[in-house]
Design a protein around this ligand. Structure first.
Ligand code: NAP
Length: 262
């Protein structure tokens, strides 16, 4: 049977890479944007859709029985629920990208323990509430995604541009190519209504990254900042239940590759 078409709701950084990867794997892919003519150069017009959560007349463009990947904050919750009622039942699968910041303040995060999918999330954050509604009521598969990096989003540039301060705070990262491959895997093998953490599985302290970057790539050490501890995200479920093998398990090898592309 031919694979269902895939609609990427919001074709930004992750969406663009996902579009290319899905197309290379033979999927029929549609890229959606609020402004397809201006924001989707390089995507053939017949594969562009206009989609804006805030304009429900655009929702009908999503093909029936398609898979969909939601790549922007799922808020406000009343609009998200209306989308859930009207559109999700006619989709095959829906994946929603959330952020691991939903776990900030959970007991596991505060105690510095690995944070797995059983940790409570902060539903007072509008997008977290929207994500959980899509998951609980409408069977969306929710990915709690660590910091996304890759070509054009190089953590060494964040250090060079002093966008991050020197601290012992933990950071969790995932390479965009792994994220896109994991999305495609989860469309096939993920369990509707379930949550998966997506990270490379190695929480690192910014201080360690900055010391290594200074030694290997000659970046300057920024001023101390941010005394908070951060959290350590577990990706055990992703690797164990889906059997996914990371393309970029080692941040430093990935950074070396990004530096060589320059
Ligand atoms: N960046 C990170 O490190 C990180 C970490 C964890 C989780 N996340 C989450 O992961 C997801 C993907 O991240 P990303 O950095 O790839 O996102 P991104 O580059 O911001 O792309 C999302 C796209 O969604 C579209 N969009 C925004 N609001 C919309 C709305 N109301 N209706 C329809 N489309 C809308 C925008 O495209 P148009 O303007 O063309 O419509 C935007 O470019 C996001 O939800 C992000 O919050 C990001």
């Amino acid at each position: 049977m031919a694979s269902p078409s895939l609609v990427i709701l919001g074709t930004g950084y992750t969406g663009r890479l996902l579009f290319r990867q899905a197309r290379a794997e033979g999927h029929v892919v549609f890229a959606a944007s609020r402004k397809p003519e201006t924001n989707l150069p390089g995507i053939p017009p017949e594969q562009r859709l206009r989609f804006d959560l805030d304009h429900d007349e655009t929702w009908e463009a999503i093909p029936t029985q398609a898979d969909a990947v939601w790549t922007f904050p799922a808020a406000p919750s009343d609009t998200v629920c209306e989308f859930g009622e009207r559109i999700v039942p006619r989709l095959r699968r829906l994946i929603v990208l959330g952020a691991t910041s939903a776990y900030d303040g959970s007991p596991q995060a505060v105690r510095g323990e690995p944070v797995d999918e059983s940790a409570p999330v902060d539903r007072s954050i509008a997008r977290v509430e929207g994500e959980e509604l899509l998951r609980e009521r409408y069977g969306a598969i929710l990915l709690r995604v660590a910091g996304i990096y890759g070509p054009g989003r190089n953590p060494l540039d964040w250090i060079r541009q002093e966008r991050v301060g020197y601290s012992h705070r933990y950071v969790n990262l995932i390479h965009v190519e792994d994220l896109a491959a994991i999305i495609l895997r989860i469309l096939e093998d993920g369990v509707p209504g379930d949550t998966y953490n997506v990270s490379d599985g190695t929480p690192r302290r910014w201080s360690e990254i900055m010391d290594t970057a200074a030694a290997r790539w000659g970046t300057a050490k920024p001023l101390p900042a941010d005394p908070t501890a951060g959290k350590r995200i577990s990706n055990r479920k992703l690797l164990a239940e889906l059997g996914y093998t990371l393309r970029y398990p080692d941040l430093y090898k990935a950074l070396e590759e990004l530096e060589q592309r320059k």
